[in-house]
Design a protein around this ligand. Structure first.
Ligand code: PHE
Length: 341
């Protein structure tokens, strides 16, 4: 015969179990504490065993242990159900629909000026030219004087200079890198010097900062016709096979003779249009044979060596290639402009 106290606890538990919210971990836990906790009713029943006469203990013990196992099993099931429910609720709250389309990351592209610069470096590097980036800040010696441009020389008026201190300036052209190079290298050599240059100047086709690429070749028996040949190839590289070049006499203090190089208009092919002002030609850069005075300033014997030099604006090349109407667009960081490339 089962002990009455045991059966009443069992009945109570069986009556209570269906009413417990199995979705609530807290409710199930409370049920566990109520029956199996330190002062729980099943635990109390177990404690009573010591007070019973010895002969009653085995039967009582068997019954109370069966009850404990029954209650433990039920509560374990209930806890498992409640934990699962809690996990599901947590997942539902943080639901991510992986089938939704993502936010695309727009692909960037290289800047048109960067492309021109890379192409120029590539072209000349393949022809054995070294690349020297030079420096943005120059002294009077490198920017003017060593380039055969003494302080009172009228050509200094041609370039409005950003001075940083007395005889220290932002370079107005890349030609100063020629001097640095000749001071530190023995001929024969060929080099280019791409880089930023600065002038107090600003309109649709002039910017206070723009990029140039200088070129310099020095050896015995270097001639002007070699200069023309290399520049023709260079223009073919930039503007295609059909482009023609012409050289007009000009003046630069550091070259003698000097020339301006024009290319046949890249828009009309040379027949004349609005962009070339009807001439069929566009001015692209300066060049010439290295003036013997420049060689002397760099410790190179002008009796033994000759050379040529040239200088081009990279912005102008990018503008011609893409029909860009204003130089300022190239440095404006305007997405509407940049997204076109
Ligand atoms: N430095 C000249 C300029 O900025 C260009 C040039 C370079 C001309 C080399 C001749 C030789 O206009």
């Amino acid at each position: 015969m089962i002990n009455e106290a045991i059966s009443s606890v069992q009945k109570e538990f069986e009556a209570e179990l269906p009413s417990v919210d199995l979705n609530s971990l807290e409710a199930v836990n409370a049920l566990r504490v109520k029956y199996l906790g330190k002062k729980g009713s099943v635990t109390e029943l177990l404690k009573q065993m010591g007070k019973l006469p010895a002969e009653e203990r085995p039967a009582y013990g068997k019954d109370v242990n069966e009850l404990k196992e029954f209650v433990s099993a039920q509560i374990e099931n209930a806890l498992a159900a409640a934990s699962e429910h809690a996990l599901e609720a947590k997942l539902a709250a943080g639901f991510v629909d992986i089938s939704l389309p993502g936010d695309g990351i727009p692909a960037g592209s290289t800047h048109p000026l960067y492309d021109v610069r890379e192409e120029i470096i590539d072209f000349f590097a393949h022809m054995g030219f070294a690349v020297d980036l030079g420096r943005d800040i120059e002294t009077d010696w490198y920017n003017f004087e060593a380039l055969n441009t003494p302080p009172d020389h009228p050509s200094r008026d041609m370039q409005d200079t950003f001075y940083l201190a007395d005889k220290v300036m932002l370079r107005t052209h890349t030609s100063g890198t020629q001097i640095h190079y000749m001071e530190t290298h023995k001929p024969p050599f060929r080099m280019i010097a791409p880089g930023h240059v600065f002038r107090v100047d600003s309109d649709a086709t002039h910017a206070p900062m723009f990029q140039q690429c200088e070129g310099l070749v020095v050896d015995e028996n270097i001639s002007f016709s070699q200069l023309k040949g290399i520049l023709q190839l260079f223009m073919n590289q930039l503007f295609g096979e059909g482009v023609k070049t012409r050289f007009r006499p000009s003046f630069f203090p550091f070259t003698e003779p000097s020339a301006e190089m024009d290319v046949s208009c890249v828009f009309c092919g040379g027949t004349g249009c609005r962009r070339c002002k009807g001439t069929g030609w566009m001015e692209l850069g300066g060049c010439g044979s290295v003036d013997p005075n420049v060689f002397k300033n760099c410790g190179i014997d002008p009796e033994k060596y000759t050379g040529f030099a040239f200088g081009f604006g990279l912005d102008r090349i990018a503008m011609l290639r893409h029909a860009i109407p204003e130089i300022g667009l190239l440095t404006s960081n305007d997405q509407r402009f940049l997204n076109q490339f």
